[in-house]
Ligand binder design. Structure first.
Ligand SMILES: Cc1cc2nc3c(=O)[nH]c(=O)nc-3n(C[C@H](O)[C@H](O)[C@H](O)COP(=O)(O)OP(=O)(O)OC[C@H]3O[C@@H](n4cnc5c(N)ncnc54)[C@H](O)[C@@H]3O)c2cc1C
Length: 390
């Protein structure tokens, strides 16, 4: 089977490895000129994630580069500690910087797929025998299947399922992630009017790296996607500056570093809801189909989704319709966790009262224990089939 994957992020690289190793001719087209670095820490929780990582053969590589998963201290603007969120709640069982994970997955799949950087699809035309794909920078080509692993703003989803606004719902917050300059670990401050800054994440023993490399900062604030232009990064830097204007604590230093950083990234918090993750010869995997920004499940879901999609395609031996139907059916309950929840409310509560309520939750061990148990029980403790793939 000739399969095109759009997007070489977490889902795309994972899927490329599985399909390439199991007999498919895989091309991955990535808009960026290389594997995109950057991002905050992402994490894995529970039995399902661990099983998939072990079957992929990347569990030990991830462990070798995991972050120190420190507790988060929530402080006020005078640095007084208001609550401590345990590292295992924020960072799951295994936590790694997103950019490091993307590197591991790419290295693991590089020999199994043909990676094309700096290009993107412009059109999809499906017939009974395949999909004709137009590209921005190369001649059109024909594939048996096309997979959208191109993230929240998926071009494949737009081409095959209709406009983004039909599927992607803004949650009322914007986030920015960028390289930082303050050597602190797992510290967050919440400002009463729906703004929050977090700082932290490093690999064990490498908090203040000799080379000057610092962990990225995360900024979250209440705003709408209409407040900025997705293509105008300078305007986004100005938006971030304006959102934290006049804030004390270490914020001026962090903002100054963030707006200068080459890995500056700003986007709306959104939730993606699809009636089906497949249509004809096209399927969506990862954030393109079931994203919920900063919800804490996106990366695990992307890897589980890639595993199940590849497994069903391998098991169906060329019957893509049967494989896609099974993928849809299996992913539906797993993705329930992404169809609700808004991390903005947790990270940047909009009032003093809401902040106090959030902090009380995290100082109550029993409540925290219940939340962690429920997460594991209902979201990440599911049995996935053993597809016996290479
Ligand atoms: C730079 C960056 C930083 C991130 N930071 C965080 C973070 O701090 N915390 C967090 O929880 N999640 C973060 N994420 C999202 C996180 O990676 C995903 O939620 C999750 O891992 C699922 O991954 P995915 O592969 O579906 O999407 P992504 O990891 O977003 O990968 C999508 C890939 O598709 C590429 N792409 C986009 N459009 C096209 C196109 N038209 N054609 C070809 N390729 C395209 C992108 O360049 C990217 O490489 C970040 C994503 C990126 C790209």
């Amino acid at each position: 089977m000739r399969i095109l994957i759009s997007g070489a992020g977490i889902a795309g690289a994972a899927l490329a490895g599985w399909l390439g190793r199991n007999g498919c001719d895989v091309t991955v087209v990535e808009k960026a000129s290389r594997i995109r670095p950057g991002g905050q820490a992402v994490d894995f929780k529970g039995r399902t994630h661990r099983t998939v990582l072990e079957r992929m053969g990347v569990y030990d590589d991830i462990r070798a580069q995991q972050t120190s998963r420190t507790d988060w201290r929530i402080v006020d603007e005078s640095d007084r500690v208001q609550a401590v969120i345990p590292g295992e709640f924020i960072g799951g069982d295994l936590e790694i910087l997103r950019g490091d994970l993307a590197g591991i997955l790419h290295r693991r799949s590089a020999a199994d797929a043909n990676y094309v950087f700096g290009d993107e699809i412009t059109a999809l035309t499906e017939s009974t025998s395949g999909v004709e794909v137009g590209f921005a920078g190369r001649p059109a080509a024909r594939f048996d299947l096309v997979i959208g692993a191109d993230g929240v703003h998926s071009a494949v989803r737009r081409a095959a399922f209709g406009p983004e606004s039909d599927h992607v719902h803004p949650l009322g917050y914007v986030y920015a992630v960028a390289g930082g300059a303050v050597d602190l670990s797992g510290l967050e401050t919440s400002l009463p009017d729906g703004r929050a800054v977090a700082y932290g994440y490093s690999r064990p023993g490498r908090l203040a790296l000799a080379g000057g490399q610092k962990a990225p900062s995360l900024f979250v604030f209440a705003a709408d996607p209409g407040d900025y232009d997705r293509r105008d990064v300078d305007a986004q830097r100005r938006l971030l500056r304006a959102a934290f204007e006049g804030v004390g604590w270490r914020v001026p230093e962090m903002i100054a570093a963030a707006v200068e950083a080459s890995d500056f990234y700003l986007d709306a918090l959104t939730r993606t809801r699809m009636h089906s993750f497949t249509r004809g010869r096209v399927a969506l995997v990862g954030d393109a189909g079931y994203g919920n920004t900063l919800g804490g499940f996106g990366t695990g879901l992307a890897l589980v989704g890639a595993y199940i999609l590849a497994g069903e395609l391998t098991a169906a031996r060329g019957d893509h319709a049967a494989a896609f139907a099974a993928y849809d059916r299996r992913m539906r309950p797993l993705t329930k966790v992404a169809r609700s929840g808004n991390a903005g409310r947790f990270l940047a509560p909009g009032s003093d009262r809401a902040i106090r309520r959030r902090n009380r939750t995290f100082t109550n061990r029993a409540m925290l224990g219940t939340m962690m148990w429920m997460t594991e029980r209902f979201a990440t403790d599911r049995t996935v089939p053993d597809y016996r793939m290479a």
